[in-house]
Structure formats: C-alpha cells, structure tokens
Ligand binder design. Structure first.
Ligand code: CA
Length: 234
C-alpha cells in the first residue's frame, strides 16, 4: 500500500478541524490533529507531516510565532487557515515563509486545490521534478528561456518588467505572491515598497493578456495582499 500524504491540522475549533480531517480522509490523505501550538510542535518532529494547515488564532501561542518556530528547522509547506479580514496577518505570514493561505469559510475543492499546489511546489523545490521551461494554462503559453508569451498562438509583446512579473507569478502558479515579495524579486531588497508601480505594470499586463481586464482569467488580485496566477489544478 502506498504511503498516504500526511497533513497536519493545527486548529483549536473541533468543528473546523473535524470537517478538514473528514475531507482529507475522503481524498486519501492521512490527517494528523493538533489542538494547540505546543501539541503541534511536539508532534511535528516525530510525525514528519508532508504539509501543515495552520490556524493563526490558537489558544496558547500566536500563529505567527509557531510559523517562525516551524521555519527554523523545517521547510514543510504551511498553509495558513485564517478568518476573513486579516489581510495584514496574511501578508506577514506569507513573508515569514507560509506557502499559501485560505480564508474561513472555505469549500472543500478550494482547500484540496491549495493543498495540491503547495505539495507540488514543495516537490519541485526538493528537486524531484525538474522545473519546466514552459508554462501553459488556458491558452496562455510562456516560454521562459525564449522570453516569449503567446495567447492562443498569438504572440503578446511584454516589456522586460512585465515579462518578469508574469514569469514570477507563473513559476508559482496557484500561489499568492505578496506585493513586497514581487517588488523585492524584481527591483532588489532596497527598492521602495511602492505598490503603485506594480499596479501600473499589472494594468498594462492585463490589457495585453486578458480578454476582459476587469474580470481577469489569468492573474487574480488578492486584495491587500498580492497577485496569484491561475493554476490548472484550481
Ligand atoms: Ca482558532
């Protein structure tokens, strides 16, 4: 029998925890439950979960603190499970090394898609799958080495910066990248964190890529957080 993928759920609310555990079991994952941060921290080294779902509001420790502790010694993908309207927390968590976040209440298909994406990225990072030179989704095709972007076979002309933004998002398709992360990747760590430059570039990118820039099908805005490229799995 193949070993099931172990997903740890760090969540103090039984209803949510049980709902996630049931969903995971039904989809052939092995859930591990921890109700508190201290329980989770003692379980992680012995159980070695493949992925962690972390609720930011835990009774014994701030979610951000537990994320920092996990990141001190583990690269296990972490998906933040948070209540709506906590944008600042989500940005902070992503910048502290969380792989993604999902807002309560969420549907099972969204949860499973986020898990698949995070697992796929962690396998890529571990070198088990070679990073592809070509990205395709819904008619969009990006050839990273040729620096060529086409939509339904028609070439799209992007500026250098626009191409870099699109490539960066495509290489992490399905995952949200924060404004600060994108700015740092493009302009370096000392760049002024001015989201306006990014917004202007994104408006131009959408005008070139999207059929209807007002309701994009390739690059989504995560309000107050950043951007996410569509992923086939979502
Ligand atoms: Ca909670």
């Amino acid at each position: 029998m193949a070993t099931k993928v172990k997903v740890m759920i760090i969540e103090d609310e039984d209803a949510i925890s049980n709902f996630i555990a049931m969903t995971l079991k039904a989809n052939d994952y092995a859930p591990l439950l921890a109700k508190t941060a201290s329980e989770a921290l003692s379980m992680i080294p012995s159980h070695c979960p493949d992925l962690i779902l972390l609720d930011l509001g835990l009774p014994d420790m701030d979610g951000m603190e537990i994320l920092k502790k996990i990141r001190e010694w583990s690269a296990t993908p972490v998906i933040i499970v948070s209540a709506r309207g906590e944008e600042a927390d989500k940005v902070e968590a992503l910048d502290f090394g969380a792989d993604d976040y999902i807002c309560k209440p969420f549907g099972t298909s969204e949860l499973l898609a986020r898990i698949r994406t995070a697992l796929r990225h962690s396998m890529k990072n571990a070198g088990t799958a070679a990073a592809s030179d070509i990205f395709t989704t819904k008619g969009l095709r990006i050839d990273f080495s040729k620096r060529q972007v086409t939509i339904d076979g028609r070439e799209v002309h992007l500026t250098q910066i626009e191409f870099k933004i699109v490539s960066l998002l495509a290489k992490s398709a399905g995952q949200v990248l924060t404004y600060d992360f994108i700015i740092t990747e493009l302009w370096g760590p000392y760049a002024v964190k001015d989201n306006q430059i990014l917004r202007v570039n994104m408006a131009n990118i959408r005008r070139k890529l999207e059929k209807n820039p007002g309701s994009p099908e390739y690059i989504f805005t995560e309000v107050g957080i950043g951007y996410r490229m569509v992923d086939d799995g979502i």
